[in-house]
Design a protein around this ligand. Structure first.
Ligand code: FAD
Length: 397
């Protein structure tokens, strides 16, 4: 049966955009459906969020042909400093001691998305529907169909495979009635950027406090990106209060390692929960990236994990297509899902455990984790493992 496309990708964010790029060099006919026009996405403050990229992620971005072009906009992390407020334990890592050029890189989501959008526009086998929203989806033994709305125009397109990469509020997931397991941490991440009177010297700081972790990641122009996790009530009060109040409390929580902090961007709040879809596949439709898993940013793993969904899927799709087999066939998609479950379980288990360990106010736990941090300072292998994983800079893939 003739179909309009081989693959329809819903969502051209980090996961959907990278998947389209990973398939761009094949002869697959690809449609990409994105709800927001490029100018809207560019202007959105969400694009300012700083992502800490692990070594493995850099390699994957390099394989996609993206990294060299965006590297000048990324800040290398030369040192990592992990501490626990009010307790003695701390651990430090250095790229030089580890014998690597950088422990990871920090870059805004916008820098990556913008470059991907340029490349997608140049790919002859990619048709873009943008701005367009998905309003319906169905799957049969032969094809999957997607109903779209572009301005006031409705249309239907079909393909062998539909991939939902439309983020945490995924319409694909909702239309397919895929349920979610939700753990509400009762926390909110406050995100902004600060200038510091002392140079950050390419150091990333992760400070665990009883109310949640505080990360300062080095970025361009001597600024640091702040991801500050507080209880929902504290975060609401910090957002409602004055900038001066906010900065006074941030300074008191972080201390003066970087001198005085000055706010250089608006404050934004992201409520935090661990959300995981109960399934990844329904017929010829699968979901990837944040449509499947939304993690707490404490371990900075969201994009790192989503990109691995993309790469594994792209590799398997290319193999299946090259062998002349159906890329939406049930057994084939089921095998992909099984392959990804292990990685999801591992990363989600680690992130969840980290939040519980470092959010707990019990003295016994505080002693245990401080002893742990100090102990780690004398155990380079273990220190490297925990500190890198805690910041999303794990190298394992
Ligand atoms: C504060 C914060 C800090 C973070 N820090 C890190 C970090 O350090 N490291 C890390 O790895 N990750 C981090 N993350 C997570 C990372 O940002 C996400 O994992 C990543 O953006 C998910 O990519 P995605 O493509 O799945 O979803 P998104 O980036 O949300 O993209 C979804 C796309 O789908 C489009 N869309 C939505 N609905 C529809 C529809 N109905 N029809 C068509 N299109 C639609 C949207 O416009 C968007 O373009 C952080 C997140 C937050 C909130």
């Amino acid at each position: 049966m003739q179909v309009d496309y081989d693959v329809i990708i819903i969502g051209a964010g980090l996961a959907g955009g990278c998947l389209a790029l990973a398939l761009a060099a094949t002869d697959l006919r690809i449609a990409v459906v994105e709800a927001n026009a490029r100018e809207q996405r560019y202007a959105s403050p969400a694009g300012d969020r700083a992502l800490a990229l692990a070594g493995g992620t850099i390699t994957l971005l390099d394989n996609l042909g993206i990294w060299e072009a965006i590297k000048p906009q990324a800040t290398p992390i030369a040192h990592i400093h992990v501490s626990d407020q009010g307790h003695f334990g701390k651990t430090r890592l250095s790229a030089e001691r580890e014998g690597v050029p950088a422990l990871g890189y920090v870059i805004t989501a916008r820098s990556i998305e913008d470059h991907i959008a340029n490349l997608l526009a140049q790919s002859p086998n990619i048709t873009q529907f943008c701005p367009a929203r998905i309003i319906g989806i169905s799957s049969s033994t032969q094809e999957a169909s997607v109903s779209l709305k572009q301005a006031d125009q409705a249309s239907v397109i079909n393909a062998r495979l539909v991939v939902g990469a439309d983020g945490g509020q995924s319409s694909v997931r909702k239309l397919l009635e895929i349920g979610q397991n939700i753990t509400d941490y009762g926390q909110t991440a406050l995100v902004t950027t600060v200038k510091t009177t002392k140079a950050h010297a390419n150091t990333a700081y992760e400070r665990f406090t009883a109310a949640g972790p505080l990360a300062l990641l080095p970025t361009t122009n001597g600024q640091s990106s702040v991801v500050w996790t507080r209880s929902t009530e504290q975060a609401a009060a910090l957002m409602a209060g004055s900038e001066a109040d906010f900065m006074a409390q941030l300074q008191s929580c972080f201390g003066y390692r970087l001198g005085e902090l000055t706010l250089t961007a608006p404050r934004r709040a992201f409520p935090l929960s661990l959300i995981r879809a109960k399934h990844m596949q329904v017929g010829r439709v699968i979901i990837i990236g944040n449509a499947v898993h939304q993690l707490h940013p404490v371990a900075g793993q969201g994009f790192n994990l989503g990109l691995r969904d993309v790469i594994v899927l792209a590799e398997q799709l290319i193999q299946q297509h090259t062998a002349g087999l159906d890329i939406g066939e049930n057994g084939f998609l089921h095998a992909y899902v099984q392959k990804r479950l292990k990685d999801h379980n591992r990363v989600i288990g680690f992130t969840d455990g980290l939040i519980k360990l470092f959010s707990n106010q019990s003295n016994i736990l505080a002693i245990a984790r401080n002893t742990g941090l100090t102990f780690l300072d004398h155990l380079p292998g273990a220190k490297s493992y925990l500190a890198r994983r805690a910041m999303g800079l794990s190298v394992d893939y």
